[in-house]
Design a protein around this ligand. Structure first.
Ligand code: SF4
Ligand code: MG
Length: 328
């Protein structure tokens, strides 16, 4: 709830105004069980920082985490309990597994840490984990080493390791972006199975809005540390209300598109040390108006459950505020 993260910028020499990176700005997000929520944005939009805030790997500047509606306590016990329930799966299945250890080691270690179990029980549990991520028969994989597995199989082992502690929430940060295109779909389908069968709440962080449409129930579009649009994933991709979402969609490969994309090639995301005034997207926005440069737009309802932070959807603009900014 209302998570904000500002990182100090370390620089040489004395400085009166210590610069900060405005990485995540006032973001509230619900992750209901058995639901995939996609966080979509370019690199540098703050989406990975948001995922890390949700794991407690980094401490928010302000805002709080809630689990089942209750604020997460500050005691070591409350934080450990939260960490068990909220698991982060990283982008790179090559570095997240230790090459000197077998699959068995990677799965049995968290099992041992979280419950006392005998040899046979550990073996059975580890094999069950492999079956849960469709690495079966488990006997074929359990004693392999990471280098003997494909990228997709490694990512499945990394996910199985996360499941060992029976989390309720899986945070997957670009889980398929390092994988061959041909095996991405398999891993996305696995996440969908886990959502349905194990009723996990899944946060899917991606730069690829097409995959968000494929997998997610809800999509949250981030730009320069802020949420610019959110709503049902199909609604957001069929009828994007925010110019930035339209830009993302125009950049996504779409074999069905018949008209040329409107917003292609309009520069890159801004620095978050000195974010643009008003709407942070205004320097890149083809629809920018006078008001956009001076005043940050509020989140405005545009359809059922769909919200966009953009002045285009406000009915209370004056003619002066609506004057075009003539960007590029
Ligand atoms: Fe473009 Fe203005 Fe909307 Fe921002 S608020 S996206 S600059 S029209
Ligand atoms: Mg990232």
């Amino acid at each position: 709830r209302r998570l904000t993260k500002h990182f100090p910028v370390h620089q040489l020499g004395p400085s009166r105004n210590k610069p900060v990176v405005h990485a995540v700005e006032d973001i509230s997000l619900a992750l209901p069980e058995a639901t995939v929520t996609a966080v979509v944005g370019e690199s540098g939009s703050g989406k990975s920082t948001l995922a890390r805030l949700l794991t407690q790997l980094i401490v928010p500047t302000s805002g709080e985490l809630l689990l089942d509606g209750e604020p997460v306590g500050r005691s070591g016990r409350a934080r450990r309990e939260y960490t068990r329930k909220v698991h982060l799966v990283l982008q790179d299945p090559f570095s997240s597994l230790n090459s000197v250890h077998s699959v068995r080691y990677h799965l049995e270690r968290p099992l041992k840490l979280h419950r006392r179990a005998g040899r046979d029980e550990l073996d059975a549990k580890a094999k069950q984990l492999l079956e849960r991520v469709s690495l079966s028969p488990a006997d074929r994989f359990i004693d392999k080493f990471p280098h003997e597995l494909s990228g997709g199989q490694r990512q499945r082992v990394a996910i199985a390791r996360g499941l060992a502690v029976e989390p309720r929430v899986l945070l997957a940060d670009e889980p398929v972006s390092m994988l061959d295109v041909s095996i991405r779909l398999g891993v996305l389908n696995l996440l969908d199975e886990l959502r349905e069968r194990e009723r996990l709440a899944i946060l899917y962080v991606t730069h690829d809005i097409a995959s968000a449409r494929y997998l997610a129930d809800t999509a949250v579009v981030m730009y320069a540390g802020q949420v610019v649009e959110s709503g049902p994933a199909t609604q957001i991709t069929d009828a994007p209300a925010h110019p930035y979402t339209q830009l993302l969609l125009s950049a996504a490969p779409d074999p069905a598109r018949t008209t040329p994309p409107v917003l292609r090639g309009r520069g890159s995301p801004p620095s978050l040390v000195n974010p643009p005034s008003g709407c942070r997207f205004h320097p890149r926005c083809p629809f920018a108006m006078a008001v956009c440069k001076t005043t940050a737009p509020p989140a405005l309802p545009v359809a059922t459950d769909q919200v966009a932070a953009c002045w285009l959807h406000s009915t209370e603009r004056t003619p002066a505020e609506s004057a075009p900014l003539h960007n590029g």
